[in-house]
Design a protein around this ligand. Structure first.
Ligand code: LLP
Length: 421
C-alpha cells in the first residue's frame, strides 16, 4: 500500500496534489511520501518484533539525507556500501552502532573512516578483505566487529543482474569454506566475529529461496558455535520484492517473511538484522514528468517526456516495468491505446515502455512513474548534460524540496581547464 491516490480527479502524494508540486519545482522531479516510508519500515519492524532485531535500511536504494533521517528517527539502522553512504547515514544522525558496512570492495580508507567514526559491524566478503580489515583495525588499536557474508548457492530466481547468491556470483565466501575462513578470522588480530551475513538478491517474489538460504544459515550457526565462535547476530540481507504493476503481481508481504524468519531462525537466540531497501522506499516514491511532444511515427505513436533514462535507468538497464499514470485521473471507461513512452536522450535505449496501453495524452500533460522511490534518483546521471532532477518529500499537507535541481552554472563550474589551455 502507498499514499499516492487520486483525489478529486488529481493524483496526490498524501494530502498534496502532485500538480501543485510540479508548478512549484518544475518537471521532472522525484516525490516521496513520508507516510509510506513509515508504514513500510514499521511492517518490517513489527514482522520481526518478537525477536531482537534491527532493520537496517539499504541506503543504496535511496540515499537522500532527509529520507535517511526520517527512517533513522523511527529507529532504523542503515546498511551502507561506501564511505559516501556511511557519511550520508551519519549526516542523517544515525549513530555508528546502527550502521552495518557491506560490499565486496571496501577500501582500507573506508575501513579506517568507519572504525574511527563508529560502526556496528563489517560484513566481510573475502579473505583478502579479512586480512586488510585486520591490519587496519590492528594499526588503529581497534577491534572490528565482523560477520562473513556467506554465499549459500541458492538461485533467487530474479533478474540476472541482481541475483547475488549463486556460486558464480562475485559475492561472499563459499558456504563450503565458511568454517575454515571463520577459523582464520578468529586467529587474526583486530577482529571480533559477531555473526553471519547473507544477501541472495533483490526483487525476490517468492519466499522459497530465502527459506533455503536461511536454513543453511541456521545449520552454519550451529556448526560455527560448535567450533567455538560467538554467533550473536544473523544479517539476512534485503531483497523482498515489491509489486511494480497494480494488477498481477503479489510478492510476499513482510509479515509472511517475518513469520518464515521466526520459524527458521527463531530458536537460535540471535539478534536478527535485515537490510531492506526496495520494499521500504520503492513504492514510497514517484517520478513526475511532462509530455513534451506526442509524435506520430510509422505504425506507432511516441510520447516524448521530459524525463529520460538518465533520470530513471531501470527500464533501460533491466527492462524493468514501471506503471505510468496521468496526474489527471482518466474518465472511467476511457479507451486505452498503445503508445511508446520515451525520453529525449539520443539513444533508442531511452525507452520507458513500448506499446503501453495509455489513455489519451497530449503535449503538456503530466504523468507519474510509480514505484520509483528505490533505485531511481540514486542511479541517475547527468548524461546529455541533463541536470539531476530534484527530490521532494511530502508529509501530510506539507512538501519540501530535499535536493534542489542544480543550475547549469553549477554543473559547468565542476569542469576545470588544464593549465596549458
Ligand atoms: N543488502 C545488500 C548487501 C544488497 O546488495 C542489497 C541490494 C540490499 C541489501 C537491498 O536489497 P533490496 O531490499 O533493495 O532488494 N539497482 C537494482 C537493484 C540492485 C540491488 C543491489 N543490492 C534495481 O534497480 O533493481
Amino acid at each position: 500500500m502507498d499514499h499516492f491516490l487520486y483525489r478529486d480527479g488529481e493524483l496526490h502524494a498524501e494530502d498534496v496534489s502532485l500538480r501543485d508540486i510540479a508548478q512549484a519545482v518544475g518537471t521532472p522531479f522525484y516525490c516521496y511520501s513520508t507516510a509510506t516510508l513509515t508504514r513500510h519500515y514499521q511492517l518490517f519492524a513489527e514482522a520481526l518484533a518478537p525477536l531482537p532485531h534491527l532493520v537496517c535500511f539499504a541506503v543504496k536504494a535511496n540515499s537522500n539525507v532527509a529520507v535517511l533521517k526520517h527512517l533513522g528517527d523511527l529507529g532504523a539502522g542503515m546498511d551502507v556500501v561506501s564511505l559516501g553512504e556511511y557519511l550520508r547515514a551519519r549526516a542523517a544522525g544515525v549513530p555508528g552502532e546502527r550502521i552495518v558496512f557491506s560490499g565486496v570492495g571496501k577500501t582500507r580508507a573506508e575501513m579506517r573512516a568507519a572504525l574511527e567514526g563508529g560502526i556496528r559491524q563489517f560484513n566481510v566478503e573475502s579473505e583478502p578483505e579479512l586480512e586488510a580489515l585486520s591490519e587496519v583495525a590492528d594499526s588503529l588499536g581497534a577491534t572490528a566487529p565482523i560477520t562473513l557474508r556467506v554465499n549459500p548457492d541458492v538461485d533467487a530466481r530474479t533478474h540476472e543482474k541482481i541475483a547475488t547468491g549463486r556460486k558464480e556470483d562475485k559475492f561472499g565466501v563459499p558456504l563450503a569454506r565458511a568454517r575454515e575462513i571463520y577459523a582464520r578470522a578468529a586467529r587474526l588480530p583486530g577482529l571480533r566475529v559477531v555473526g553471519i551475513d547473507m544477501h541472495i538478491g533483490s526483487q525476490l517474489t517468492d519466499l522459497a529461496p530465502f527459506e533455503a538460504a536461511y536454513t543453511r544459515m541456521a545449520d552454519l550457526t550451529r556448526l560455527l558455535r560448535a567450533d567455538g565462535h560467538e554467533i550473536e547476530r544473523l544479517d539476512l540481507g534485503g531483497g523482498l520484492g515489491i509489486p511494480y504493476t497494480r494488477s498481477n503481481e503479489a510478492p510476499p508481504l513482510p509479515t509472511d517473511y517475518g513469520a518464515m524468519v521466526r520459524r527458521v531462525l527463531g530458536d537460535l537466540d540471535c539478534e536478527i538484522e535485515i537490510e531492506p531497501g526496495r520494499l521500504i522506499a520503492g513504492n514510497a516514491g514517484v517520478l513526475v514528468a511532462q509530455v513534451i511532444y506526442r509524435k506520430e511515427g510509422e505504425g506507432r505513436d511516441f510520447l516524448i517526456l521530459d524525463a529520460a533514462m538518465n533520470d530513471l535507468i531501470r527500464p533501460a538497464m533491466y527492462g524493468a516495468h514501471h506503471d505510468i499514470v496521468p496526474l489527471t485521473e482518466p474518465e472511467p471507461g476511457v479507451a486505452l491505446a498503445p503508445v511508446d513512452i520515451v525520453g529525449p536522450v539520443c539513444e533508442t535505449g531511452d525507452t520507458f515502455a513500448r506499446q503501453r496501453p495509455m489513455p489519451p495524452l497530449a503535449a503538456g500533460d503530466l504523468v507519474a512513474f510509480r514505484s520509483a522511490g528505490a533505485y531511481g534518483a540514486v542511479m541517475a546521471s547527468e548524461y546529455n548534460t541533463r541536470p539531476l532532477i530534484p527530490e521532494v518529500l511530502v508529509k501530510g499537507d506539507h512538501f519540501a524540496v530535499i535536493r534542489a535541481r542544480p543550475t547549469f552554472d553549477e554543473i559547468l563550474a565542476r569542469d576545470t581547464l588544464p593549465p596549458w589551455m
